[in-house]
Design a protein around this ligand. Structure first.
Ligand code: SF4
Length: 199
């Protein structure tokens, strides 16, 4: 015997219904939440199980100068969880939304893992290996620096700089990287150096 599926209700969803669906993810869990049941113990237990046999390594959120502390949980070298470290006098275990999403910085199937190059005038991207890309960046940096380096101004004042290269760093660059990066840029004579992180 063939079972007929019950047709979906054609009744329009009210704003109130929509809010309830969002609160519960549209599942039976949503019904429990809607009924006022706290899922905190269940969530905490699930989290405990996830990190039960994991190794916890203290670290620092790389995103901004606040420097909130994190605990990175790994199982056989694989990151399984990242959360705030309650021992930190700075953040006391809390992370802002950006910091709370650090896990996705490491584990994210949408993250590009290849160097993409689009030649001047080209419509399509070409995959380059990292060695080739780094060599190209180094060549262009040296060429630009050599062609635009100013040793002295017209009045004879020594400046040793180039104003044709600008360094813009991302927020995920850590303290150590920024230190080395700034030394390299200053050594090349680059004046404008900007970074969102701790520099
Ligand atoms: S990005 Fe957020 S979690 Fe990370 S250090 Fe800054 S305030 Fe803390």
């Amino acid at each position: 015997m063939t079972m007929m599926k019950k047709p979906l209700s054609q009744k329009p969803i009210s704003r109130r219904d929509f809010g309830r669906m969002l609160a519960g993810g549209g599942t039976a869990v949503g019904g429990l939440v809607g009924a006022g049941m706290s899922l905190a113990p269940v969530t905490a237990r699930a989290q405990q199980l996830r990190i039960a046999d994991a190794k916890a390594t203290p670290s620092i959120c790389p995103f901004c100068a606040v420097g909130c502390a994190t605990l990175i949980h790994t199982v056989e070298g694989r990151v399984v969880n990242i959360e705030g470290d309650a021992r930190s006098p700075i953040s006391e275990g809390t992370l802002c939304p950006k910091g709370a999403a650090i896990f996705q910085l490491h584990v994210n199937p949408n993250r590009p893992t290849q160097v993409l190059h689009r030649a001047p005038g080209a419509a399509d991207w070409e995959v380059w290996d990292l060695e080739r890309a780094m060599t190209r960046v180094a060549e262009l940096t040296k060429k630009t620096r050599d062609e635009t380096f100013i040793e002295r101004l017209a009045d004879g004042k020594q400046v040793n700089c180039t104003t044709s290269i600008f360094s813009l760093g991302g927020a995920t660059l850590d303290n150590e990287w920024n230190h080395i990066h700034q030394k390299l840029m200053r050594g090349l004579g680059v004046v404008p150096i900007e970074n969102q992180a701790r520099i």
